[in-house]
Design a protein around this ligand. Structure first.
Ligand SMILES: C[S@@+](CC[C@H](N)C(=O)[O-])C[C@H]1O[C@@H](n2cnc3c(N)ncnc32)[C@H](O)[C@@H]1O
Length: 299
């Protein structure tokens, strides 16, 4: 029996240990998009929080399942779980539903006919976003706009030079600005979200760039770079986690050579100052505006 899983459901749902991972947020996973239709016996889906990306993942899972295959789907009640039943009914499937550990769960057998798959897949697919003029996809951070923090950092950035990295690059908004400087020799774009990296690859076609679908926390800190730019994440699995941004700051310092500079934007309420002051020689807050702080930190 072949079995796939999407995301990391809590242990209380007894997720199958041997299932192959398909989440775009787990580097190295296979893509559900690439699974042949009607080829899979069983899928466990920890449904993502965004409505469009959730319907997209449900539709991809239903497309991948054999007729008679099993879908076990769950989501936290307040992050899409309470809408699961309605969404599944929209696909014309019948299912058993239960409430468990602040989640809603539905289990169903893939019927012969399912409605609305193509429409849900088209709605969640990568596309050029009108007005943004960039490739993006529902589920990617600020997928159809320029984040206010990113815009502020882009305005504050001087012309950078040498070799650098964009930690948590998203679909590439910041990288595009960095590359306007002819003195930039190379720029690596790193993100945990495969969809973001795929979009960035289409948006940032400059010869100086490379891409890495990876967890920034696990990068080797080689101490060789001239600059870091980052709008660090502060949510993990939809829950605010300021330690994530703090780890990005510490990793920035590890990656930089002595005298290298990190340009970082943060929401005003995030406590990054202690970490910055501990790992950098000089920290300058260059802007404090519209709810965001911008730091220039020199190693
Ligand atoms: C605040 S967003 C900034 C995105 C982009 N730079 C922009 O300005 O639009 C943070 C990004 O970090 C990514 N991310 C979250 N956790 C990560 C991790 N552990 N390693 C790498 N990237 C991560 C998210 O997918 C998201 O794209």
């Amino acid at each position: 029996m072949n079995s796939l899983i999407y995301g990391r459901p809590p242990a209380v749902f007894d997720p199958p240990m041997s299932a192959q991972q398909t989440s775009p947020l787990i580097p190295g996973s296979m893509a559900l998009e690439d699974v042949a239709p009607a080829s899979v016996d069983e899928i466990t889906l920890y449904a993502p929080p965004g409505a469009i990306e959730r319907r997209y993942a449900l539709a991809l899972a239903l497309r991948a399942l054999k007729v008679g295959g099993k879908l076990d789907v769950m989501a936290p009640k307040d992050k899409g779980g309470s809408r699961l039943a309605k969404e599944l009914k929209g696909f014309g499937v019948t299912f058993a539903e239960e409430a468990k550990a602040h989640h809603r769960r539905a289990i169903l057998t893939r019927p012969e006919t399912v409605e609305g798959l193509d429409e849900a897949i088209a709605a969640g697919a990568p596309r050029v976003v009108a007005g943004l003029d960039a490739w993006s996809q529902p589920g990617v951070f600020a997928w159809d706009r320029i984040d206010n923090g990113t815009a502020l950092l882009a305005d504050a950035l001087p012309a950078l030079k040498g070799n650098g990295i964009d930690l948590g690059c998203g679909y590439g908004a910041l990288a595009t600005v960095v590359l306007r400087s002819a003195a930039v020799k190379s720029l690596k774009l790193v993100d945990l979200d495969r969809r973001a990296v795929d979009a960035a690859k289409k948006n940032v076609t400059d010869e100086r760039v490379s891409f890495d679908w990876a967890d920034v926390r696990l990068l080797e800190g080689e101490g060789t770079l001239d600059f870091v730019v980052s709008n660090p994440p502060f949510h993990d699995g939809g829950i605010e986690d300021k330690r994530l941004g703090q780890k990005f700051i510490r990793k920035s310092a590890e990656l930089l050579k002595k005298g290298g500079v990190a340009w970082i934007v943060a929401n005003r309420h995030l406590p990054y100052e202690n970490d910055l002051n501990e790992v950098f020689k000089r920290v300058n807050m260059v802007a404090d505006q519209n709810g965001f702080k911008i730091f220039e930190a020199v190693k």
